[in-house]
Ligand binder design. Structure first.
Ligand SMILES: [Fe+2]
Ligand SMILES: [Fe+2]
Length: 370
């Protein structure tokens, strides 16, 4: 019991620090930095704290067996490994719904063809750069803990996604649920780790919290404030993912079998959701519009597409932009509140928050603390 309480306290402390308002502000602004300030390497991939991988060993696992930790990492690695396929889904799925998010998380088919023809990286976005390091980090840590390199032959299998609106919204919720689950699970692993292993897991958890913050803010921008429907939707998708992983992962039947760990993972989900929800309440709509309407570099034209099709693709993008500006996916009450007259005080408050988010620099935040 004492061990469980100590771990829950540590989980609470990690979430409080890594999902603070300051940290979340920074994550959101990093999205804009990716487009506007590409010279800054922190915006191309979040800065990781230095960790001596060679010093990771079984002594770094606390209040949990080394075998259990290695098992959790193995599941995480298999889920993380197919990053290229996910970036296909993101680039194509969000192409019309929210083009800046599509570009941040992948490439559309046209962009992919262009990149291939010009020998460019498949995906050089911040999300790809950050996700790309996760599977490898887990593989190295598992090897340090068990002295055996884990096989990489059982990766996740992402499904194809089209750019139509319903599919894109479903994909957005699916990604949010996945980032919520990875943030929470890595926080629990970090709470059971010390030394270099703790440092590595905090790096991973912070990356995932960044993705969760950005996707949750995008959802809030597209569909309005809807805290309870949002959490119910995420739980529904999360439970489905959990059942799928139990069926597919190596030794998947063991997922959730350790009662105390399962309880810690559930509590971590609640802490993370509470923090993200409290933060979202404070982010002004104007800031969200500034961040998400950042125009991606013009997508290369597809030389094989006839001019009529090209025009209709451009029309779809313009319609998508207009729908977002009119808050058409918001509930009527939330839309009226957002677009109606506001008091002088709340206007001043949102200007102050906008300023705070714009001026948030990662050097001040926990995310780049040396
Ligand atoms: Fe990841
Ligand atoms: Fe992620």
């Amino acid at each position: 019991m004492f061990r469980l309480l100590t771990t829950l306290h540590t989980i609470h402390r990690i979430v409080r620090d890594d999902c603070s308002i300051d940290a979340a502000d920074e994550h959101l602004w990093a999205f804009r930095g990716f487009y506007e300030d590409r010279a800054d390497p922190h915006y191309r991939a979040r800065t990781w704290q230095k960790v001596q991988l060679a010093s990771i060993g079984p002594q770094d696992v606390v209040r949990m067996s080394v075998e259990e930790m290695a098992f959790m990492m193995r599941v995480a690695m298999e889920i993380e490994d197919p990053i290229v396929e996910y970036s296909h889904q993101n680039g194509e799925g969000f192409r019309v719904l929210l083009p800046s998010l599509a570009r941040f998380m992948g490439r559309s088919q046209i962009e992919a063809l262009y990149a291939k023809a010009h020998g460019l990286d498949w995906c050089e976005s911040a999300w790809c750069a950050e996700e790309r390091r996760h599977g490898n980090a887990f593989a190295k840590a598992i090897e340090r803990l068990t002295n055996v390199a884990p096989p990489r032959d059982n990766p996740n299998e992402p499904r194809a996604v089209t750019a139509d609106e319903d599919a894109a919204i479903a994909h957005l919720v699916g990604r949010e649920a996945a980032e919520w689950s990875s943030s929470s699970t890595y926080v629990v692993m970090a709470a059971h780790a010390a030394g270099a292993l703790h440092g590595l897991l905090r790096n991973l958890a912070r990356d995932e919290i960044k993705h969760l913050c950005i996707l949750s803010a995008a959802d809030h921008y597209l569909r309005g404030p809807r805290p309870w429907p949002r959490v119910l939707e995420l739980v529904r998708v999360g439970l489905k993912n959990y059942r799928d992983q139990r069926a597919r992962r190596s030794g998947g039947r063991r997922i959730g079998a350790h009662r105390a760990t399962a309880f810690e993972v559930i509590v971590a989900h609640l802490f993370v959701e509470w923090r993200v929800r409290s933060w979202l309440r404070t982010v002004p709509l104007q800031t969200l519009a500034t961040v998400f309407e950042t125009v991606p570099e013009s997508a290369p034209a597809d030389p094989t597409m006839d001019p009529g099709k090209q025009r209709s693709a451009e029309d779809r993008l313009a319609q998508g932009r207009a729908r977002r500006a009119a808050l058409l996916r918001w509930s009527p009450a939330a839309r009226r509140r957002a677009l109606g007259p506001v008091s002088h005080r709340s206007h001043q408050r949102s200007l102050q928050r906008d300023d705070q988010i714009r001026n948030n620099r990662y050097v001040r935040s926990v995310n780049a603390r040396p």
